[in-house]
Write a protein that binds this ligand. Structure first.
Ligand code: AMP
Ligand code: MG
Length: 330
């Protein structure tokens, strides 16, 4: 899948943050150094930009992404903190710690970025170049590692070039990054739980908490101690309304998730039809996926019938998500 963009590389000098912020504002994809690895940034509030980010990385599934912000104050705008999570934020931000929290009601981050979850992963990175870009842009930026899915994470701008040249808009070259491992992820939805070990050691976090972190692997109670996020461990969103896949005929009263302009037989019996992309574009479809699913789910229909989506490009990730959504939530 060749995207055919012209990828510009610029030095991380005084003007770089402005150039990067302008590019993000236009929905562009910008690789920049963070203290963990090079991140591939997109405007977290722009579903279309995020769809293109998944496409550029060639991800076969929509994993929720981490929203990067410039300060604790900016994090408070998008996520709900309690006493412990605020203590962690104040102790370790900026730095390689990601907190999973509930979204605020005013959180502007696109559903595609959180894979439709009510929760959000947030981090304030410490790298000066990342900080300048975030401060100048002024909105949350999603930034998974700037590599093709399945390749190793980049610690040099040259690594980003060799993976993503022609697929992204801009690379801000800030030399080699220090840590080279991902951020530590802690869920603070209930008792603090380590979801992924990373650049910040567990012991440092436990010292600040004054108690041990729960462990995903050891904690059989994980789903009961985190009641707000059913299915959190697989990080997936599923509609409550039964979801039927590859529908080629519509039953009376069904809510229809359409794709393309050739609608199935029985479409006139649908209670509502929302089209992922009338022109059959998988990038547009990805940007609409979670919003449409949620809107159809809210209709209280007997079922949601999803039309087949081609496996082209992001179609694979869309089908992966629909398949998971078709398994009833536990
Ligand atoms: P990265 O590839 O470093 O950006 O990592 C993103 C990681 O954050 C993945 O392992 C996700 O599963 C995890 N993550 C992001 N958002 C959430 C969330 N709301 N709940 C649980 N895990 C999350
Ligand atoms: Mg990665």
């Amino acid at each position: 899948m060749k995207v055919g963009l012209t990828t510009r590389t610029i030095a991380a000098d005084a003007g770089a943050a402005n150039t990067a912020a302008r590019c993000l504002k236009d929905g562009g994809l910008v690789a920049f150094p963070t203290e963990t690895v090079y991140g591939l940034g997109a405007d977290a509030t722009n579903a279309d930009a995020i769809a293109r980010l998944y496409q550029a990385k060639g991800r076969p599934s929509f994993n929720p992404l981490i929203a990067h912000v410039e300060s604790v104050a900016a994090a408070l705008d998008i996520a709900v903190f309690d006493e412990l999570s605020l203590r962690l934020a104040n102790a370790f931000w900026p730095g390689p710690l990601t907190l999973v929290l509930r979204k605020t009601t005013r959180c502007p981050v696109a559903e595609l970025a959180t894979a439709g979850l009510e929760t959000i992963a947030v981090r304030v990175p410490a790298h000066p170049v990342a900080r300048r870009i975030l401060r100048t842009f002024g909105k949350p930026v999603v930034a998974p590692s700037a590599n093709i899915s399945g390749h190793v994470s980049p610690t040099l701008a040259e690594h980003v070039q060799s993976d993503l040249s022609g697929r992204i808009d801009l690379i801000v070259d800030g030399g080699s990054v220090a840590v080279g491992v991902e951020s530590t992820i802690v869920s603070c939805l209930g008792e603090p739980m380590l979801l992924r070990p990373g650049g910040l050691p567990r012991a440092a976090i436990e010292a600040v908490l004054g108690k041990s972190l729960l462990n995903v692997a050891d904690d059989a109670e994980a789903s009961t101690s985190h009641p707000l996020a059913p299915g959190m461990l697989e990080s997936h969103y599923a509609p409550r309304t039964p979801l039927r896949l590859n529908a080629t005929h519509i039953e009376a009263g069904e809510a229809v998730l359409a794709f393309g302009n050739a609608l199935p037989a029985g479409i006139e019996q649908a209670s509502i039809v929302l089209n992922l992309s009338e022109r059959g574009d998988p990038v547009e479809a990805a940007a609409n996926l979670f919003g449409h699913l949620r809107a159809l789910d809210a209709r209280g229909a007997s079922g949601i019938a999803a039309m087949p989506v081609l496996m082209d490009g992001l179609g694979e990730a869309i089908n992966d998500r629909l398949r998971r959504g078709a398994v009833p939530a536990t």
